[in-house]
Design a protein around this ligand. Structure first.
Ligand code: CAA
Length: 297
């Protein structure tokens, strides 16, 4: 155990600053763990300034809550907040030693971002880029960068500060060192690591999305109400959230994007429930937009 800890320390000691690209709920949670658990500086970037401001407010509020609950002193909260730096521009990635991408689940959007990121990182070929994609091919994403050997999947779960595992996905060209450094990063962020193959949806979403989709189909068929389906799964199967509440929590646009990637497996069992497609079309994306399977006030 001690020698493992030493190895994790060795692999991560050169990483002083981490860039997080994308400040949605996943990016914000990832930043929180980098500053809180890994105790590294984190450069937060989002092309949408409002999203960046919201992320900073959320992290501030969380630190204040720790103080008001006597979990942290003012000084500890200050140290945590000082580690979080709003990146004025994407160019600031050149001041970091490790990059975690957590933007929308869209291949084209991610590859566009990687292209620009790599331009700013051209003098730092050693920097690893890890993607938090929940379903897309790591090998194909890696090919859109200038460093496929220093690229891999690092899939977190929502809420990131609470969920304790990361799916680590190796691309066809990822080196052993890339995988081990990324695994060590996950560990200093307080996560255990599960190694999975590069396949649509990896393990988590290969299993989770058909479950959510089946719940949406059950609504569509009038099997039971949204609330009753969730109630059954919470109280009868001890799920912390029902499947439809969970879909709203993840975001229905994200669920739909993942389900479409699972469709690449070419099996009819992955056909998407019409209610999910409809809700996304109406921009009822779940908790984040105030309406999904449920209404949020
Ligand atoms: N950020 C930070 N901390 C959070 C949080 C958040 N968003 N939400 C909850 N917490 C913390 C709370 O502060 C609390 O911590 P303290 O004990 O220090 O006070 C703790 O978590 C428990 O929270 P609550 O008591 O408020 O709520 P709860 O007990 O009902 O738990 C939950 C909330 C953890 C979200 C729980 O409902 C749960 O586990 N839900 C299932 C979530 C899940 O399945 N996530 C995976 C989604 S799939 C995914 O992410 C992958 C993908 O690719 C789609």
């Amino acid at each position: 155990f001690e020698s493992h800890q030493k190895e994790v320390f060795r692999m991560t000691q050169g990483i002083r600053s981490v860039a997080v690209l994308g400040c949605g709920q996943m990016g914000t949670g990832i930043a929180q763990c980098i500053a809180r658990d890994a105790r590294r500086n984190v450069f937060l970037h989002d092309s949408d300034q409002k999203q960046l401001v919201r992320a900073l407010q959320k992290l501030n509020a969380w630190a204040e809550l720790q103080v008001s609950r006597n979990k942290w002193t003012e000084e500890e909260a200050g140290t945590f907040l000082k580690r979080i730096i709003a990146a004025g521009s994407l160019k600031d990635v050149d001041q970091t030693d490790f990059v975690i991408e957590a933007t929308v689940e869209d291949f084209q959007e991610k590859s566009k971002l990687f292209k620009t990121t790599c331009e700013f990182l051209k003098d730092k070929p050693e920097v690893i880029i890890a993607t938090n994609t929940s379903s897309l091919s790591i090998t194909r994403l890696a090919e859109t960068t200038d460093r496929p050997s220093r690229f891999c999947g690092m899939h977190f779960f929502n809420p990131v500060p609470v969920m304790k595992v990361v799916e680590l996905v190796r691309g066809a060209q990822s080196t052993q060192e890339t995988v081990e450094t990324t695994a060590s990063m996950a560990q200093i962020m307080g996560k255990s690591v599960a190694f999975v193959q590069d396949s649509p949806g990896f393990v988590s979403n290969r299993l989770l999305m058909p479950y959510i989709n089946e719940a949406a189909l059950a609504v569509h068929e009038g099997l039971a109400s949204v609330a009753d389906i969730d109630h059954i799964m919470r109280e009868g199967c001890r799920m912390p959230m029902g499947p439809l509440e969970l879909a709203d929590f993840i975001g229905l646009d994200t669920c739909l994007a993942i389900m479409r990637t699972l469709g690449e497996l070419g099996e009819t069992k992955f056909a998407v429930a019409p209610s999910i497609v409809e809700l996304v079309k109406e921009r009822k994306l779940g908790k984040k937009t105030g309406q999904g399977f449920y209404a949020y006030t």
